[in-house]
Design a protein around this ligand. Structure first.
Ligand code: ADP
Ligand code: MG
Length: 493
């Protein structure tokens, strides 16, 4: 038992929220373990955080961008130094195994480091004017106070990759972290503070989405919202933000397919599917949740993935023998169990798993057996996001059918193909409806310097990561300087 409280950070001080209903922070590997309590924030706490961010904005905006970048560089170094400590907390709160948790922290550090370098490249352009004696150029400006709303599944990397470009661009920030992972969110903020982010520039509000999150979206002085989370909430926030004239960026759900063609390397495809399907307990937005397999490869693929699923060892992520952790909380776990029932009711043919894992002490946690079933393309389990270790295999006759099945969902985050046929590779690149795609490698992963995001219902607004992320957090000014010294002749329109 722990009565540790996870507080807000507003205007340079750690303070409790003004709500009266703190949220228990439980270890999903063993619900008997209470990690602490996430403070309950109300609209008044959000207002205080936004006020602080507004007051801090003029000085932060006037701080040279490379100086802002240097602070982020130092934060990246701190994340590297603290990867083990933050990783352990991440495993306790979110459930993913320690190697994945520490890998996430190192990934987050790389992203922050890359954005720190961009502080020296907040370039505009000089552009030739149509008029003589005129200098025309563009420059960037920060937006003001920006709101960041983040989920529990990458509780270190996602806040880090939103905070860094927002700060580098000169904005001040109010972060609303996920209520399931308040300790990790606090450690992310502490690293930026220890690196030298001044009071008021980065504020944290912990608590529930419907209260604290909704107020952040509504607040008249929040210029932009960057959201990662569920499709349902994201679409709501987008509509609300648009009605208030705000800039909104949403990164939402996925139903990411791996396509395995007859001529592909089946062993490699199996390994990639297992990694993408069961890694992080399937709780990645880039997780592989469908394998679309051409019939000539089907038997070998099913034999391989069945063996790979049997080899997965669910357990507490702090135990080095575990290779897969639990679902993050009762809600998420309940959703996975519900889909296991839906799949069975729809007639999916279960090859491995299909139930909760209860061996030994696992019954105290939120563990599901890695599950593989053969499904029809029309079944809900082959079309809807499950966010658990559940893989739906869909058999197809041809490349054309594979692409049609892959595109026949409302999501479009990421995908992958296994083939050695160069023509198929390029046809896939042209025809697939996903924002990121991989050839002969898993559906997961993304590099800092490249845009990250999806098509269709998955992504709204400009991409994250890469220079696109900086663009989201900047306004453009277009400047015309007339040095002719006289009144212009001719049409000006
Ligand atoms: P999940 O259901 O997987 O937790 P959510 O989309 O509900 O995903 O949550 C992602 C983030 O959005 C969390 O920080 C959550 O508190 C926040 N959130 C949830 N509902 C709202 C809302 N109505 N307005 C603003 N933020 C919200
Ligand atoms: Mg929710």
């Amino acid at each position: 038992m722990s009565d540790r409280q996870f507080l807000n950070y507003i205007d340079g001080a750690w303070v409790p929220g003004s709500g009266s209903d703190p949220i228990a922070d439980l270890n999903p590997a063993d619900l008997r373990k209470v990690i602490g309590y996430c403070t309950d924030s109300t609209a008044a706490d959000v207002d205080a955080a936004v006020d602080a961010a507004q007051r801090a904005f003029p000085a932060w905006r006037a701080t040279p961008a490379p100086v802002r970048g240097r602070i982020c560089r130092d934060a990246a170094r701190l994340f590297e130094q603290r990867a083990e400590e933050i990783g352990r907390v991440l495993t306790m709160e979110e459930g993913k195994i320690l190697a994945e948790a520490q890998g996430e922290v190192m990934k987050g550090a790389t992203l922050v480091e890359w954005f720190s370098g961009e502080s020296r490249r907040l370039n505009g352009e000089t552009v030739p004017s149509e008029m003589p004696n005129t200098f025309a150029y563009t420059k960037r400006e920060p937006l003001g106070v920006v709101g960041l709303i983040t989920p529990w599944n990458f509780p270190m990397a996602i806040p880090a990759w939103k905070i860094a470009p927002a700060l580098v661009a000169g904005n001040t920030v109010v972060l609303k972290g996920a209520e399931q992972t308040p300790w990790v969110t606090e450690l992310v903020v502490r690293a930026f503070l220890d690196a030298g982010v001044p009071p008021g520039v980065l504020n944290l509000v912990q608590g529930r989405g419907a209260t604290a999150g909704a107020r952040l979206v509504d607040h008249p002085h929040v210029e932009a919202i960057s959201f990662t989370g569920s499709t349902e909430i994201g679409h709501m926030i987008y509509a609300r933000g648009a009605s208030l004239g705000k800039r909104v960026q949403c990164e939402l759900g996925g139903k990411n397919p791996i396509i395995v063609l007859d001529d592909g390397d089946i062993a490699m495809a199996v390994a990639a599917t297992a990694k993408g399907g069961f890694g992080s307990t399937g709780q990645r937005c880039t997780a592989t949740s469908r394998a679309i397999v051409q019939r000539g490869a089907l038997d070998a693929f099913l034999a391989g993935i069945t063996e790979a699923a049997h080899a997965v060892v669910p357990g507490d992520g702090l135990d080095p023998r575990s290779t897969m952790g639990p679902s993050v909380d009762e809600d998420q776990f309940g959703k996975v169990q519900e889909y296991l029932q839906i799949g069975k009711d729809e007639g999916a043919d279960v090859l491995v798993g299909g139930a909760r894992a209860t061996a030994g002490d696992l019954g105290h946690g939120l563990f599901t057996q890695p599950t593989v079933w053969v499904a029809d393309r029309s079944m809900r389990v082959a079309r809807e996001e499950i966010f658990g270790p559940v893989l739906s295999v869909v058999a197809v006759d041809s490349f054309e059918e594979a692409i049609a099945v892959a595109n026949d969902v409302e999501y479009g985050l990421t995908s992958s193909v296994y083939t050695r046929d160069v023509n198929r590779v390029f046809q896939y690149v042209d025809q697939i409806e996903t924002g990121m795609l991989h050839v002969n490698s898993p559906t997961i992963g993304g590099e800092a310097q490249l845009p990250f995001g999806g098509m269709k219902k998955t992504g709204i607004g400009p991409r994250e990561m890469g220079t696109q992320a900086i663009d989201f957090f900047c306004e453009w000014k277009t400047v015309y300087i007339d040095y002719s010294g006289g009144l212009r002749e001719g049409n000006l329109y």
